[in-house]
Design a protein around this ligand. Sequence first.
Ligand SMILES: [Mn+2]
Length: 322
Amino acid sequence: MSKFKLPFELDQYQNIYVFTHIRPDGDALGSTLALRGALKLLDKSVEIFCADEIPARYSFLPGIEHFRDSVSTAEKRGLAFVLDCNDLYRLGSLKEVASKFDKIVNIDHHVTNNFFGDLNFVDTAASSTGEIIFQFIQDNNLELNKEISLNLYVAIVSDTGSFKFGNTTPLTMYVAGELLKKGVNPSLVGRKLFDEYPLSTLLLLRDCLSEVQFDSTKKIIWTNVYEETLAKNKAKQAELDGFINYLINVQEAKVGVLFFHTGQDKTKIGFRSKSIDVASLAQSLGGGGHPRAAGVTIPGKPEVVVRDVLQIIGERLEKDDS
Ligand SMILES: [Mn+2]
C-alpha cells in the first residue's frame, strides 16, 4: 500500500521549499529536516523555513542550521511542502508567502487539519508527522540514511512523549525500530530532548509552579506566566514547553491549562486533557490541536481571558460528566 505516493514526478521541480509551524516542536523540526535530507539525496535544492526561533535543545539535529525565517521575493514559485500544520495560519509570518506557491503538499496528522493543500497527506491515526514522512520516504522510493533517521526518531519521540502517549501504535513502534536499525542512539536523543535544560528553564519553572491554581473540584489546574516572568529569568518562550505536564499530571486533574500572557493583551493558551476534547475547544476559539493537547492565542485582558476560558472548560467538563 502506497498511501503517500506523490501523483506527480519530483523531476519537475529542482527547487523545493519546506515550511513548518511557529513555536516549532521536535516533530515540526525533525520531520522537516528528514524530508529535506531525503530530497537532498535526489540532488534537489531544498530550503526549509520556520518563522520562529529554533529552541536550543534541538541544536543536535543534523541540518538544523539550514532553517530560515523568511523567503526572498525571488523564490515564491514551484513546489512547497507544509509539515505538521493543521492550517496555513500555523506558519505565522510565512503564511502569505507559502500560500503563493503553485503546488502545496500538506503533510500532517492533526484532527483539526483543514486540507489547505493542493495535495493533502493527512493521517490523523499517525502519531506524528515524522511517522508519515517515514512512509512518504518509502512510498516514493526515497532513501533513508542515519541523519534522516535521527531526525525522524526525534519527531516521533517528541510527539509520543517517548512512546508514552495514546497515539503510540504498533506502526509507531515498527517505524522507531527501523530507525534504530539505521544507527539512531535512543539514549542520546532522550537525554538531549527531555533531560537537559539550562538554569533559566529551572528558574522559570519555579515561578510557573508558584502561580499554580485549581478549582474546587481540582479537575482544572492552571497557571499564569507573563512576559515579565520570562524576562526576569532571562528565559525564552520555548522554555515553557512541557511545563503544562506538571498540571495535567496531578491525579485529580482532568484539564491542565497554561496561560502565557505575552503583553499587548494577548494570551497564548496551552491545553492538556484527560477527558474533554480540547482540540474542539481550541478550535471554537480559533486555535487547533489534538483531542488531548491543543492550543490557541486569543486577545483580551489577561484576567478576562482566564475567567472566560476556565468557564468554558467548566461547562464542557460538566457536560462530559452528565
Ligand atoms: Mn506533530
